[in-house]
Design a protein around this ligand. Sequence first.
Ligand code: G3P
Ligand code: MG
Length: 358
Amino acid sequence: ITNPITPALDPDVADDFAFAFDIDGVLVRGGDAIPEAVEAMKVLNGENEYGIRIPYIFLTNGGGKFETERCRDLSKQLEIDVSPGQFICGHTPMRELSDKYRGTVLVVGGEGEKCRQVAESYGFRDVITPGDIIKANSATAPFRKLTDAEHTASRDLLAEGKYSKLSDVVVDAVFVFADSRDWASDLQIIIDVAMSEGGRLETRSEHSDQGPPIYFSHNDVVWSAAHEHVRLGMGALRRIVEVVFEQCTGGKQLTTHAFGKPQVGTFEFATRLLQQWRAAQHGLTTTKPPSTVYFVGDTPESDIRGTNAMDAKTPDTNWYSILVKTGVYQDGTEPAYKPRATVPNVLDAVNYGIEREM
Ligand code: G3P
Ligand code: MG
């Protein structure tokens, strides 16, 4: 009797090893596939001398879209079908916090209303954005004018009936989902909330240390985009928030939190996803995890650091870090965290892993 949900075991699947890929700087740069990436996916999907298919997942710190949308983009870029069942982005693990913060949350970053919609889809009940606050009080950010489209899309907090003034709004937590599109006003609003009385908008706490928790979806100070040099990322905003808070409060420390790589929790999330994916896609229903997961990344501080930390924590699986030279890491420099192997590009990384296994 075949189980209609679990597919039959795929006889040509590699059952003892798997790959996990970073995206920016490894598979994609500035919206286009890195040329060797398309070939690398073909090799994983059976176009190799052994005729085997190798399970793989994607683990990016990027975000700002629904996982399904990002998978559609990646499918086009890599010329394969990418499923949300094999994909994690920086904010994906935040969905697990929607039961902890059941009141109002401030969601920062990304294009237009997208991150609000993603947060609502994660189960957050009352999502406000910097645009909503500026719409209610334009003096919040003196040099930021909402465009007509932004004004229309933003919530009218004071007209909804729930709040009669901004100080009725209490923020339980701040989530920076994606890169800020206006660093100055987002910084102002995050600092305002951090210095408030327990997250109540438009207030200042006497001791400036009663603000709600602040979560960033990752901590990359730089990342690899279309420009020849790396670009500033969310980790840079996180540093700025902490330094400016200290300046504004006469030396108080603000502790913020980051998801994404290199957090081991993110790699543990990836381990669970990979097990589910191996079962759902390849019929590998055994609870035995693969002996080796090759993680291919371009950023020593997040990809290599996290993979090595996960390796040290996981006796049953070798998390094997492979650094490529197509992104943040610059050939000839000393990486801050040492990979098990360094290769020119993602195709070389895939071939390296297969040769090591066969
Ligand atoms: O903003 C995205 C970036 O910081 C890193 O993305 O795919 O290299 O983890 P990725
Ligand atoms: Mg990267």
